[in-house]
Design a binder for this molecule. Structure first.
Ligand code: NAI
Ligand code: MG
Length: 364
């Protein structure tokens, strides 16, 4: 059996608590299913800064690069607010994304039936919701040059951010979206603003050409990104996979997140390009939430976002589709039974802590 290498970066705050529940699942899969996971662990964020003055060491960076997949907990906390900017906890996360060239950010918005009441929308609009937002993560206006604030000398300043996209960047994110759509509802909705932005014109054109050349079996729709935001809130179940740029994807994925309830439920994946020799993609899996300093160390954090991130890892890095589905089903079953951490607590439910939630999912 081939080895499957995982590099674990629990990080700060509730990161180590929620990662502990994933470790139990890894141990179980190795013992009971001969899964062949080989794990190693490193430091990232404030804990790495405390240990060696950097938010991730070069040695741990090398391990992250070599592993089949990286599992990331969360970083940050008030005790590191005053550390220098380039070694602040978040710098470790940004370095991982940049050095591993993780250009595709996958944010599913799944509404478990048992939690439809917790959505900010009407339950019937979101019950059974299962959409995937594919956001371009390494280009666009967050990185484009020039990026400046200039003093105009007349009491006025001018701020410039630049939206830049090259054909190859749009092609590769579109390919990820089409490939993922084939494993789901086979429909992609591409969102941009071609009516007012040149980058939107090129985005639309390249997505259309990529579709025609390689993915014409997938259904493709186009929507202006502002209308897309409206439709996400009006009738979210119309979507399957949404592909969009860095800025629109940042906003649209946060909107989609609120359709599903708690921050403690939301997983994410970030993928790189396939290796030309092996076809394997570099990948990192992490919950959307942060280190939650307000509840860290209390044993009450919801581990579901971290566990669901591991389910994405099984699916996308190891093609363990059945195992991923089983793990997600186990989460749904536990919620159906009314087992809840504090953040998703409801009337009549049984309140549990982090380890009990992990145990309940493992038992399922
Ligand atoms: P946060 O996501 O850590 O917490 C926001 C609120 O949600 C808090 O009330 C927290 O208790 C709750 N929450 C979050 N995850 C939860 C879980 N699994 N179970 C139960 N409740 C949960 O965001 P916040 O408070 O803005 O940031 C705290 C620290 O985390 C900061 O240092 C920030 O920079 C960092 N951060 C790190 C991220 C990362 O590592 N990817 C992402 C976002 C923030
Ligand atoms: Mg955001």
């Amino acid at each position: 059996m081939a080895q499957r290498t995982l590099f674990l970066l629990p990080g700060d705050g509730i990161g180590p608590e929620t990662m502990g529940e994933v470790r139990k699942i890894i141990d179980y899969m190795n013992a009971e299913q001969d899964a062949g996971f080989v794990t190693d662990e490193g430091l990232v964020g404030g804990s790495a800064y405390d240990a060696h003055g950097a938010s991730i060491s070069d040695a741990d960076m090398a391990k992250a690069t070599d592993a089949d997949a990286v599992l990331f907990g969360a970083v940050g906390g008030p005790q590191w607010d005053a550390v220098p900017y380039d070694v602040r906890p978040e710098a470790g996360l940004l370095r991982l994304r940049k050095d591993l060239e993780l250009f595709a950010n996958l944010r599913p918005a799944i509404c478990y039936p048992a939690l439809a009441q917790a959505s900010s929308l009407k339950p019937e609009l979101v019950e059974g919701l299962d959409i995937l937002i594919v956001r371009e993560l390494t280009g666009g206006v967050y990185f484009g040059e020039p990026k400046t604030i200039t003093d105009l000398g007349n009491g006025q300043k001018r701020a410039i951010d630049t939206q830049v996209y090259d054909t190859y960047e749009i092609e590769r994110i579109a390919a990820v979206a089409f490939e993922l759509a084939r494993t789901r509802g086979n429909t992609v909705c591409s969102m941009e603003k071609r009516n007012v932005m040149k980058s939107g014109v090129l985005w639309n054109q390249v997505v259309t050409e990529t579709h025609k050349a390689q993915y014409s079996d997938v259904k493709l729709e186009h929507m202006l990104a502002d209308a897309g935001g409206m439709q996400l809130v009006r009738a979210p179940k119309q979507f399957d996979v949404i592909v969009t740029d860095n800025l629109f994807g940042d906003m649209l994925s946060d909107v989609a997140a609120m359709l599903t309830g708690s921050l403690g439920m939301l997983p994410s994946a970030s993928l790189g390009a396939p290796d030309p020799k092996t076809g394997k993609r570099k990948a990192m899996y992490e919950p959307v939430h942060g280190s939650a300093p307000d509840i860290a160390g209390k044993g009450i954090a919801n581990p579901i976002a971290m566990i669901a991130s591991f389910a994405m890892c099984l699916r996308y890095s190891f093609n363990m589709i059945e195992e991923a589905n089983n793990l997600e089903k186990a989460i749904a079953n536990v919620l159906d039974k009314g087992i809840r951490t504090a953040d998703i607590m409801a009337d009549g439910a049984t309140r549990v802590g982090t380890t009990q939630m992990g145990d309940a999912i493992l038992a399922e």
